[in-house]
Write a protein that binds this ligand. Structure first.
Ligand SMILES: Cc1ncc(COP(=O)(O)O)c(C=O)c1O
Length: 362
């Protein structure tokens, strides 16, 4: 059996006990709320971890990219939602291939975007299931709730498409410094999209799926009556941002980076994990730094590509050659930077987890 000392650094570790607990915990929450759990797999991009989520009861998967959907479809996942406004005839042709093999749904947020997909399906005599994205305050993509009916009517009128649902993502939760506010935000997210679904149904449009969720808001949004599905992603690993937001405890963090101290000078130490390992995503909501040293007081203060620079406290010393474990600010980006994650139990290496959909951006 290999141990942590046998690993070359930097290495991305996944604590399998914590991973399994996180997967089971969210599955149980969704079961109790009576909603389907469709985890966003952009967090891990790993077929093996998605299989564990499916075994725990996930009704299907969420992805952001057509290429991610292709990887998971090729690995036997047969119910996939691309929660992103996919646009363009080139994508439509790939979606048609996917649609022939899996139960597929795709996000849309404009009639123009939807119209770029519809002809390919119409000509093939097929209908692509689409869900309308509703903006509940992130102001990234999605239509404002008051614009949703008009947009839905235009989209539903396009031959080759079937408007099957509505969805939202309250990503503004990541800027929320008061953990108590997450409850209200989750409720707001869900009520807004449930309200849109009601108005669309009253106007004669069939809306089956009412889908919500981010890791910080999922527990609060999924319990609102009318919600049918929840799509958290980050919950499998969590990270320093989730701890800072108050949406999990340190003990709930499954992913860490094992690194070696390569240089020490005064109150500064440098590890062999820089932005190519940890990503340069900052700590949220508005914190400083790029990761925490586990079991120590040090923080990664700044990064360059291959260097993580730590300000060492007066009370501790780091030695060249010493190994440390770093809790990254944003775990989703870390997995995307690595081909394999190392599954560990305690200090023992149990398995390698391939990041099969790594780098799938098209
Ligand atoms: C549309 C959509 N749904 C779900 C998620 C999952 O959210 P989280 O990573 O907070 O779990 C994301 C994350 O970016 C998203 O963009």
């Amino acid at each position: 059996m290999r141990g942590l000392d046998d690993l070359a650094t930097p290495a991305v570790l996944v604590d399998l006990d914590v991973l399994e607990r996180n997967i089971a915990g969210m599955a149980e929450r969704a079961r109790r709320a009576g909603v389907g759990l469709r985890p966003h797999v952009k967090t891990h991009k790993s077929v093996e971890i998605a299989r564990r989520q499916r075994a725990a009861g996930a009704v299907g998967l969420t992805v952001a990219k057509t290429s991610e959907a292709e990887v998971f479809a090729a690995s036997g996942f047969d119910d996939i939602f691309i929660a992103y406004p996919v646009v363009g005839a080139d994508k439509a042709r790939r979606l048609l291939e996917l649609h022939r093999r899996v139960r597929l749904a795709v996000g849309v947020d404009s009639a123009e975007g939807a119209a770029s997909l519809a002809p390919t399906f119409r000509i093939a005599g097929q209908r692509l299931r689409v869900r309308l994205k509703v903006d509940v305050g992130l102001h990234r993509v999605g239509v404002a709730p008051e614009r949703a009916l008009a947009a839905a009517r235009e989209i539903a009128a396009l031959r080759g498409l079937e408007l099957s649902g509505v969805f939202t993502h309250a990503g503004q939760a990541y800027a929320e410094s008061d953990p108590g506010a997450l409850v209200a935000l989750g409720r707001h997210e869900a009520r807004a999209v449930v309200g849109v679904a009601k108005r669309l149904r009253e106007a004669g449009l069939a809306v089956d799926d009412v889908s919500v969720g981010s890791t910080p808001t999922a527990p609060h949004a999924m319990v609102v009556p009318g919600v049918t599905e929840c799509r958290p992603g980050n919950y499998v690993f969590h990270d320093a941002s989730q701890v800072s937001l108050g949406s999990c405890r340190l003990a709930d963090c499954a992913l860490s980076v094992l690194a070696t101290v390569v240089s020490v000078s005064g109150d500064r130490a440098v590890v062999d994990a820089g932005s190519k390992t940890l990503s340069s995503d900052p700590l949220r909501p508005g914190g400083v730094g790029h990761g925490w040293l586990l079991g120590r007081s040090g923080r990664i203060e700044r990064l360059s590509e291959e260097h993580g620079v730590i300000r060492v406290g007066d009370d501790e010393r780091l030695r060249v050659g010493e190994r440390v474990r770093i809790l990254p600010s944003h775990s989703c980006l870390v997995s995307n930077l690595h081909e394999r994650l190392v599954g560990v139990r305690g200090d023992e290496v149990e398995t390698d987890l391939a990041v099969s959909a790594r780098g799938c951006v098209q």
